[in-house]
Write a protein that binds this ligand. Sequence first.
Ligand SMILES: [Zn+2]
Length: 103
Amino acid sequence: MVARLEPCPLCFSPYAALFYSSRDKNMERDFFRCPKCDLVFVPDRYHIGAEAENERYLTHNNVPADEDYRAFLDRLHRLPALTGPWIRDSSWMAYSVSSIAAR
Ligand SMILES: [Zn+2]
């Protein structure tokens, strides 16, 4: 079996390995984890286009009081692999929201 590797978009290490495969409806994508900087990311091929992304963002306001925004972010809790103790700071979550929950 050949390991699936992707280049890390943060530190450019070429050795980010498959970390988790989601097959949930509307969430079918692979997540990779970088062994150098620990970033977990979704490769570009799973990203939606700019127009669809804009439509998605127009459905809510990025404030905690907005129920649609909370529902948008709540999708992260449905990914079992993303609930580990290695999630430790808000900058990682900001990256996650743009690269994962926007799908
Ligand atoms: Zn990295």
